[in-house]
Design a protein around this ligand. Structure first.
Ligand SMILES: Cc1ncc(COP(=O)(O)O)c(C=O)c1O
Length: 348
């Protein structure tokens, strides 16, 4: 596949497939606020099944899914423990504070893997009445800003056991849970097991144009439906977009290993270029994060140079870049990106 522009900024840039567009055009719909959209119902039932939960709820965005889950789980004035570079903490506009009166308690962990000891140190004791209560423990899998890092059950299980012991609710930001499952060769349900709620996105590597879901117990979903309306997310004939999400769910998960192979190839090529600091072994899924050293200068200047060569990448911080593989970048795009980096490195 050769495209005009090789867009590695995010897997969210993927365009819907012809099959998705057909499904959208033909979708059977109704008013979902009245619970009358059969396509949304089907998507919710199938999502719950795939994630191994009792029920699911279709939501417009991953951010809304995360935020409404926290709102359902926690009382205002309590603390939420989560990883220091997690999407919920960094990129959701202080949503938990603004929308639900919750205080984030970030815990920094390499590769997004918080330990039981780290979390235990921040669970507030009931015996000290003037401390906020800890209400929720939230994890992210794959962890976006740890470079698409996979969080395996060996990390999850001790954390869920601790949460159960201390009476905390647990939430999983599984925007890219599909990638984690593909990388580990396990089911999504096996990675979602034990969490009170899980959010996942159809609009990233799975290529749907819009849509995410939350899943959990029937009681959780009943409350989540109320909060979705409160947050302005009650949708009407949303079967039109749910139809594309259903195609995404059924057709696109099998393809994700291809994205992972291309990310690895991209990482290996980049790691061989002088002044690029990148741990190839850390690239487990479709996200490649790396640092620029020495002569390279500012990442914004580098992404501008890449753009002039038809390659789009994200400047993650002053000296780091994020590149994401997805269905709309092929081998030729990876080659073009590596060529562009080599040219820039040589000062051409
Ligand atoms: C890990 C993670 N969680 C949540 C989200 C939020 O999804 P949305 O952009 O649909 O709000 C993203 C978006 O990139 C993400 O990477």
């Amino acid at each position: 596949m050769t495209t005009l522009v090789s867009d590695f900024r995010s897997d969210t840039v993927t365009k819907p497939t012809a099959k998705m567009r057909r499904a959208m055009a033909e979708a059977e719909v109704g008013d979902d606020v009245y619970g009358e959209d059969p396509t949304v119902r089907r998507l919710e039932e199938r999502t719950a099944e795939v994630l191994g939960k009792e029920a699911a709820l279709f939501v417009p965005t991953g951010s809304m899914g995360n935020q409404l889950s926290l709102r359902v789980h926690a009382r205002s004035g309590t603390e939420v423990i989560l990883e220091g570079r997690s999407h919920i903490f960094h990129y959701e506009m202080a949503g938990m504070a603004a929308l639900s009166g919750l205080l984030p308690r970030p815990v920094d962990a390499p590769r997004g893997r918080m330990t039981k000891e780290q979390v235990a140190a921040w669970i507030r004791p009931e015996t000290v009445y003037y401390l906020p209560r800890t209400s929720v423990l939230a994890l992210e899998n794959t962890h976006n800003f740890a470079g698409g890092a996979v969080v395996p059950r060996s990390v999850i299980d001790p954390l869920l056991a601790l949460a159960a012991e201390k009476g905390l609710r647990t939430h999983l930001d599984g925007a890219r849970l599909w990638n984690a499952a593909a990388a580990l060769g396990v089911s999504e349900a096996s990675l979602a097991a034990g969490f009170d709620s899980v959010m996942t996105c159809f609009s990233k590597g799975l290529r749907a144009p819009v849509g995410s879901a939350v899943a959990g117990s029937k009681a959780f979903i009943a409350e989540a439906r109320r909060v979705r309306k409160l947050f302005g997310g009650g949708m009407r004939q949303s079967g039109v977009i749910a139809a594309a999400a259903l195609v995404a769910l059924e057709d696109e998960r099998q393809r994700l290993p291809e994205d992972h192979v291309r990310a690895k190839k991209l990482a290996e090529g980049l790691a061989g270029i002088s002044g690029i600091s990148l741990d190839v072994m850390a690239v487990e899924t479709n996200i490649v994060f790396f640092f620029l050293e020495g002569e390279w200068g500012d990442s914004a200047a580098v992404t501008a140079k890449l753009k002039s060569r038809g390659v789009l990448a994200g400047a993650a911080a002053a000296n780091s870049i994020r590149m994401v593989t997805h269905a709309d970048v092929g081998d030729a795009d990876v080659d073009r990106a590596l060529r562009a980096f080599s040219e820039i490195a040589k000062g051409h």
